[in-house]
Design a binder for this molecule. Structure first.
Ligand code: AMP
Length: 580
């Protein structure tokens, strides 16, 4: 392979990497991370203050998890083997409870009011702190390489090396050491280590997880409030629905759902409501089972900042489809991680566009965008290796007769995730330019991720947020905004137009837009003001959103962050049309 080509590839990859390294603080997830660490600090300080007296550590000790089907009528059953924060020598609880009723029914805003007061005191005298094992596994991780450590939820761990933010070296209680993804562990006794704490997940995701088959009546989780930093929300599965309650903090820092019953911390609030519903729809029975695990960053600890992997590490298993550049395969990396492998037809004269897509993906990291893992460029055929989405493209998925059973809430959940991925692109000043159901991929549990960044571009401020496509470039007319199709003016608002078309694909289960019309007719009619009519069974609220996406003036179309917000909120019970 020519030297110039090799150096070109390296340059391309290097640029992608550089911009990614610098992007942490502008990153949506970066901000969330900071907020999260602030919460953890507050939580830790509260715990320490409490332990200066005689109180409790409700951290995830080996037995701290509420067992499924366990009737949690005694806090002892919840927490009898807790690892305490501060010294003492034996574990012992004493509980004194008096409850009154008075929690109002949960509303869609999750606010509850209250009166009077309750005492709930839990006293823990504890054993010596184990200072070595400061971390606890919050998810299972199976070793992918010989250097990795397999961990199981609740394993206590010592972190021995923090090579980068994403992968740490850890030692377990049996003395075994190896690499683990850092997002699979939490500081022991931190809020994050509680099995019921789901951090900043949105209400829509809380509902999705609680309603999954593995959870049942009384499953619950606590998450950060979406509206107020110091508040939390409690989400509980109530048979076939989910109820949300706001957990507020009083001026003196105590937590409550009903003002009459306050608690010094969230664990004690949880203990109280496991014993008695005390006005909630049902008492808290078992922490919600995580159905969505975070992805480790990259394939392994030594590939985070490395692109090129050896071709022999990849085995091709079966052909998944055919893309613009060549076949797409399901493959396995290192005999144990499933991946998707995009191949470039051997002898292809133009690897630039193919690799441009990889470079684009490398700069972007979001749960609703396909993650690039690695490339093999040293010999032909060139491979781009990404995460595998088991259910293929959203278009194929929708057109499969089995998808007919997807109801409006499931379709809106898919739409919300796409809006999230696009809101991230919007925030990063990228445009996609080819947003359509065929370019979105589907994994388990209707998780969707945006793919096909082949036409994506970064938009420079000085260009007024606009990308001018070359004369004669071909576009999928039925998805393309009129100003982009007619005058090559691509902006994030032309992506918003395409998003509106994608919504029609969703509610019609993959029907081609403007049925019976040619591209030329669509172009002419749309320019004259014609818009797709409301599809059958499409809720009016969703159609209103579509029409806003197709506003003739790009600046009058909503932003993706507004779309995300509206779908997340309208989906969640406030709009009865969406919640059937
Ligand atoms: P593309 O070249 O991206 O248009 O891909 C062609 C087809 O391959 C898609 O329509 C999917 O069916 C399949 N495919 C592409 N990427 C993936 C992936 N990451 N996971 C699963 N299937 C994929």
């Amino acid at each position: 392979m020519a030297e110039s080509y090799k150096s070109y590839v390296q340059q391309l990859l290097h640029n992608g990497l550089k911009s990614r390294k610098n992007s942490f603080f502008d990153h949506i997830d970066g901000k969330l991370l900071i907020e999260q660490s602030q919460r953890n600090v507050r939580y830790k300080i509260e715990q320490q203050n409490r332990n200066m007296g005689n109180c409790i550590n409700f951290g995830r000790g080996k037995s701290s998890k509420l067992q499924k089907n366990q009737v949690p009528n005694s806090p002892l059953s919840v927490n009898s083997q807790q690892q305490p924060i501060i010294s003492p020598s034996s574990v012992q609880f004493s509980i004194n409870n008096s409850n009154t009723n008075g929690i109002t029914t949960p509303s869609s805003s999750g606010v509850s009011s209250a009166s009077s007061s309750t005492t709930s005191a839990i006293v823990l005298k504890s054993t010596n702190e184990n200072t070595r094992f400061q971390y606890v596994a919050i998810f299972d991780y199976d070793a992918r390489t010989n250097d990795d450590l397999t961990i199981r939820k609740n394993d206590l761990l010592e972190i021995t090396l923090r090579k980068n933010a994403a992968w740490w070296k850890a030692k377990n209680e049996n003395g075994k050491e190896g690499w683990i993804p850092s997002n699979y562990v939490a500081k022991k006794d931190s809020l994050e280590s509680e099995p019921w704490y789901f951090k900043s997940i949105r209400r829509i995701d809380a509902e999705k997880q609680l309603m999954s088959d593995v959870n049942e009546h009384g499953s619950f989780l606590i998450r950060d409030s979406e509206t107020k930093k110091t508040d939390f929300s409690l989400s509980i599965r109530d048979n076939d629905s989910v109820k949300h309650y706001r957990i507020r903090q009083s001026e003196d820092g105590r937590y409550y759902i009903a003002r009459r019953t306050t608690f010094p911390n969230l664990p004690e609030l949880v203990i109280h409501y496991t014993k008695t519903s005390d006005g909630l729809c049902v008492n808290l029975r078992q922490p919600c089972v995580h159905i969505i695990k975070p992805e480790p960053d990259g394939l392994s600890h030594n590939l985070v900042d490395k692109w090129e992997i050896l071709r022999r590490e990849i085995k091709l298993i079966r052909r998944l489809g055919h893309g613009q550049f060549g076949d797409v395969w399901e493959g396995v990396w290192n005999d144990n991680v499933s991946v998707a492998v995009k191949t470039l037809k051997p002898g292809s004269m133009n690897p630039t566009d193919f690799l441009a897509e990889a470079s684009m993906m490398k700069r972007l990291r979001h749960p609703n965008l396909i993650q690039l893992f690695a490339v093999c460029t040293i010999e032909e055929p060139i491979y781009i290796i990404t995460e595998l989405m088991k259910n293929g493209s959203l278009l194929d998925y929708l057109q499969n007769p089995r998808s007919r059973q997807l109801k409006i809430p499931a379709l809106v959940y898919i739409a919300t995730q796409i809006a999230r991925g696009m809101a991230y692109l919007e925030q990063q000043n990228y445009i996609h330019r080819d947003l359509a159901a065929r370019n979105v991929l589907v994994g388990d549990d209707n998780v969707v991720k945006i793919a096909d960044f082949g036409l994506a571009r970064i938009i420079k401020e000085y260009a007024g947020g606009m990308y001018e496509a070359k004369e004669g470039t071909k576009f999928p007319i039925k998805w393309t905004a009129p100003e982009a199709a007619l005058y090559n003016r691509f902006t994030i608002k032309s992506d918003v137009w395409s998003y509106g078309i994608l919504l029609t694909e969703l509610v019609t289960f993959g029907r081609t837009p403007y049925p019976g019309m040619t591209n030329a007719e669509v172009l002419r009619q749309v320019d004259q003001g014609y818009r797709l009519p409301q599809p059958p069974n499409c809720p009016a609220t969703l159609y209103t959103i579509m029409r806003e996406c197709w506003h003739a003036q790009p600046e009058n179309r909503p932003s993706f962050s507004t779309l995300q917000y509206r779908l997340e909120n309208e989906y969640n019970g406030e709009n009865p049309e969406f919640s059937n």
